[in-house]
Design a binder for this molecule. Structure first.
Ligand code: BGC
Length: 431
């Protein structure tokens, strides 16, 4: 009943409920059907996953696409009504020059197509989400994965900097696009925007941490938006960073050396996602975001359970034996991001799990690929990124380590059965 009462409240963010995550989840029936078709998939298929609006055609549904499905935004919202769901999660993911530092999720809009982003993408989504028919559903929009941090870490002069990131930084496509999305969608009383905030293995160094907070603030007040359009932030989206490393802390020393100087930590100030998300929240408030913002952490694939999970700290021979023996994140390098072998489902989605954290969520739907392991022609704008190729020896951004990617992966967003099965097998908590 309190849900109904809040509908009539003035749409000012400070008045929006912090309790939306306990109002009853929406289960995407299209994802559920794919999960149910896998052996043992019904053990997890009733979890809420986000609906990615990864191209203009996804607004009305893309029946012929390899990823996503026939359901458009309206179909999902109608189904949410039918389910009696209290909340539904969408991902706004179609910026001009999308995924500027990588190739696997480049999108349909070129870097100069901000006008199309506004009129053909954001406006139609806003028109549907503002339909009064849906006013009793809390609509969560996760805004533009992997966008703004790229302007801090992947522009010219930096290891791995790209021309595309330079272009979208110089022409304001990301900052103004995100600002426009926040303003337009945030004007709807039952919409809750969470902006993407990378992950600890990307932004945990102070050279990236503060500058990213600043650019998030710049975007939040661009294109007529204000910080009141921001309900919170999400970390680790579609990534594999461990929620908590139980067997070492960033403050640990071995033989008088800080673990920060181990090869794995590499002077980062954070060794796991929970500590990063909580600290970044504090930083975001200090640069001008509202003090009641909340964080989400994508735990869809950061479980790292299974037979190879360490059961105690590593040997105290050196910082490296200590960290490498004890870390549950088994990647070759924290910069590896594509279809990681050995990963497992993480915490099941749940509300208010820790201080400052609104929820653990499954934004990347488990079983959907991060990118193809070899070139696959497609009409979705998706390229071949060698970080998805298990035979590639890496680049500057992953310390020239092996990619750790699974073989035989389809293009990003397409169903990857072998990965889904492995995620279930290595789930932590176990299924
Ligand atoms: C892809 C999208 C897909 C999303 C969720 C992204 O990497 O580019 O097409 O919808 O992942 O699987």
């Amino acid at each position: 009943e309190s849900r109904r009462a809040s509908r009539t409240a003035t749409p000012i963010h400070g008045q929006r409920s912090r309790h939306l995550w306990v109002t009853g989840q929406y289960v995407n029936p299209e994802w559920k059907a794919k999960a149910d078709a896998e052996p043992g998939g019904s053990r997890v298929s009733n979890n809420p996953t986000a609906v990615w609006l990864d191209r203009i055609a996804a607004i009305n549904g893309t029946p012929n696409s390899s990823s996503n499905g026939a359901f458009g935004v309206r179909d999902h919202l109608d189904e949410a009504l039918r389910q009696g769901a209290g909340y539904i999660q969408f991902v706004i993911y179609n910026l001009p020059g999308r995924d500027c530092s990588a190739l696997a999720s480049n999108g349909e809009l070129g870097p100069d197509e901000l006008p199309r982003y506004k009129s053909e993408y954001i406006d139609p989504i806003a028109a549907i989400q503002s339909d009064s028919k849906y006013r009793n559903i809390r609509i969560i929009n996760v805004v533009e994965i992997d966008s703004l941090p790229n302007l801090v870490t992947n522009t010219s002069g930096q290891a791995g900097g790209t021309v595309m990131c330079d272009t979208v930084k110089a022409n304001g496509a990301y900052v103004n696009g995100v600002g426009y999305a926040l303003a337009k969608l945030g004007a709807i009383g039952n919409v809750y925007n969470y902006i993407d905030a990378g992950h600890h293995g990307w932004l945990g160094w102070d050279s990236n941490f503060g500058p990213t907070a600043d650019i998030l603030k710049t975007a939040a007040v661009a294109s007529g938006s204000t910080v009141n359009n921001v309900h919170g932030f999400i970390t680790n989206t579609a990534n594999y960073s461990a929620l908590v490393e139980p067997y070492f802390k960033v403050t640990d020393n071995v033989n008088g050396q800080t673990v920060r100087q181990s090869k794995w930590v590499d002077w980062n100030y954070y060794v796991d996602e929970l500590s990063f998300a909580q600290a970044f929240r504090t930083k975001l408030i200090s640069v001008g975001f509202n003090s009641n913002i909340g964080m989400l952490i994508d735990t869809s694939r950061n479980g790292w359970g299974g037979a190879n999970r360490p059961t105690g700290p590593g040997a105290t021979t050196s910082v490296d034996t200590y960290v490498n023996g004890g870390r549950i994140d088994r990647r070759a390098h924290a910069g590896n991001w594509c279809n990681q072998a050995g990963a497992g489902l993480g915490e099941r989605p749940r509300a208010n799990p820790a201080t400052g954290i609104d929820a653990y969520v499954w934004v990347k739907p488990p079983g959907e690929s991060d990118g193809s392991s070899s070139e696959i022609p497609n009409n979705e704008g998706k390229g071949f990124d060698r970080m998805c190729d298990p035979t590639y020896g890496g680049n500057a951004r992953n310390g020239n380590n092996p990619t750790g990617a699974l073989p035989n992966a389809p293009i990003s967003g397409a169903w990857f059965s072998a990965q889904f099965r492995e995620l279930m097998q290595n789930a932590y908590p176990a299924l």
